[in-house]
Design a protein around this ligand. Sequence first.
Ligand code: GLN
Ligand code: ZN
Length: 768
Amino acid sequence: MIQTATLGFPRIGPHRELKFALEHFWSGDWSAGQLEAAAAMIRRTNWQMQSAAGIDCIPSNDFSLYDHVLDTAVMTGAIPARYRNPSGPSHLTTYFAMARGTGSAPAMEMTKWFDTNYHYIVPEFEPGLEFHASTAKPAGEFSEARALGIVTRPVLLGPFSFVRLGKPRGTAVGRETLTEALVESYGEVLGELAAAGATWVQIDEPCLALDLSPADLQLITGVYEKLAARAPGIRILLAAYYAGLGANLQAALRLPVAALHLDLVRCRAQLASALAQAPGALQFSLGVVDGRNVWRADLDDALSQIHLAIGHVGATRIQIATSCPLLHVPLDLDEETSLDPEVRPWLAFAKQKLEELSLLAQAAERDDGEIRERFAANREILARRQQSARVVNPDVRRRAAAVRPEMLRRPAPFAVRYAKQAATTPLPLLPTTTIGSFPQTAGIRRARAAYRSGHSDAAGYNALLEAETARAIHFQEDIGLDVLVHGEFERNDMVEYFATNLHGYLFTSNGWVQSYGSRCVKPPVLFGDISRPGPMTVEWIRYAQSLTKRPVKAMLTGPVTMAEWSFVRDDLAKREVCLQLALALRDEVADLEAAGARMIQVDEPALREGLPLHRAEHAAYLDWAVDAFRLTTAGVKDETQIHTHMCYAEFGGIFQSIVLMDADVISMEAARSRMELLEAFAGRDYPNCIGPGVYDIHSPRVPPVEEMEELIGQALAVFQPEQFWVNPDCGLKTRRWEEVRPALANMVEAARRVRARLAAQSACRVQS
Ligand code: GLN
Ligand code: ZN
């Protein structure tokens, strides 16, 4: 029988048990024993679910209490000195100190995991670091499953990727030396696993699917040669995913491992070349079931790939697998009791994907009545999806096809717009503003929950939101901000709010996926053509503007971010999806302008994370992403000021695209990275207005006036005062009013002081 495999399973539990267990533990309500028991329960449920579905290669050590990269740091002894306590704190204390920081030691850095919405802890390699293996977790979890009668295939994050994902700190030791130094520890772990009874180990090297240099490939080859020699009893499945192996395929095929996994959802073309060059005994894990998305598989298509592989290397040399670990999809569609019955059959969550794997394996072996029937049922579901009027909206298609280049261009160049905007809405030099949201208090969240569950009515809920908006407006006037915002109190989330107000989206009730540690998100599902039944934000902006004479900046989420933070349909190119979103948002922009909004901000915090993993695909992506933004915003008159916001300071490769977006004003993160952004902009003459954040909203700390004054001063070495805006790094919804009030007051004061200084300087110049 052909083997089936999952590369990893969701680890938050059927009802986010991990989140609640962690919160109980962190607050001191639960002991370590209680936390461990909850974790063991999740692992057991996962193993038993996979075993019941007939999966042959079931992973272990794919579970994590916080993050699998952090686990790997602990497993290899890469624990920064600031967490090492000579008096010997418990393992868990150290572990969570690394993840979340303590009073005396800041947390380790966290960043995006490849092109997903998962965040990992960035390993730190300090000078003098000596790796040493601690095998307790992988071996322990293997034995734990074994005690349940399930022999698993343990998963490790490979040494090459682990080092590449980390940062050497102030040390002369390079990545190569670090990677080679790790072999010993990995060898020990493999030895321990073999002793516990494991015969196969899955080693994940997702970095093998990135652009690599010949030196990188040489390094990874050397490492696996040594590992193979070090642990002869273990058969290694090497897994790369999220993209095709591209130019690394040949080297990957030659690695001394027993099996190689291919992500055939992200890159199906690699199968034929892999099979054509397959060395003698190498086995293939065929990632044909999409681990990144929630759609039911096209079984005919998957089976044709499986047949192709069987034809080349025979059934004994293949495994049928998910394209990547199932970390990024919700657990079980059966939990969804209120889904639209038309759409429901189109979906498959982790548990349903297990059924697909097992059905594919059966179909690869026999072609009987039952199999035919089940394949026919699958075909019928896919056909219905394709033909559904909910999926294809001819009006939307026509409109998207009729987009003309001039719709992507503001009629006048920036300089002309700048002058007209300054005349309609005069602002002081260095205008002050915020990024949009104000604190979402417990009171607001309670009221929303009560309203949504039918325990309170719309009138009461709206009255509360209006009161909050009014308070926010008055506060902003009091401290003297120049451009105000309404505060986004009506939005629980910047994507979900708009998704709820558009056609083409659906929502799950329990479709949670891990974002990091205890944090989970429930992305909306974009399943059909996008249209806007009516204005989404206009009344809120109109109301806020009615309360003040100062300009209120309207606030929208951009098309790329809408797509990036949703589960997006797989039957239409993302480019087309973003074009449809842009058209819907363009109408909202027009309505806002017609309602009197003079400033409209379109946030694109996810623009950069949508970058494809292979550099060769960057330019095409950036082209259409910029077009989508321009289509959203270019329909306004010269006097209307378009703002955008992005929350990252890394501009590698995208500076030119940001210029091309041609927003009148852009605000970006910069405070945390100590104005690293300035280096990126220095000497490049960014043409439009810009507000590099001067207040780090990710920390509860209230920055003093002098500090922000200093940051503004630094930035003015790179930007002209006439193009400079003063604002925080990002929205303030996760902060408390007690922090926000003084921090923003300080920010306004800092801007005033710098303004006064500039005025004094120019007065001097005039006199002299
Ligand atoms: N306008 C949004 C807010 O202020 C932007 C959030 C973001 O960039 N992630 O909350
Ligand atoms: Zn932001």
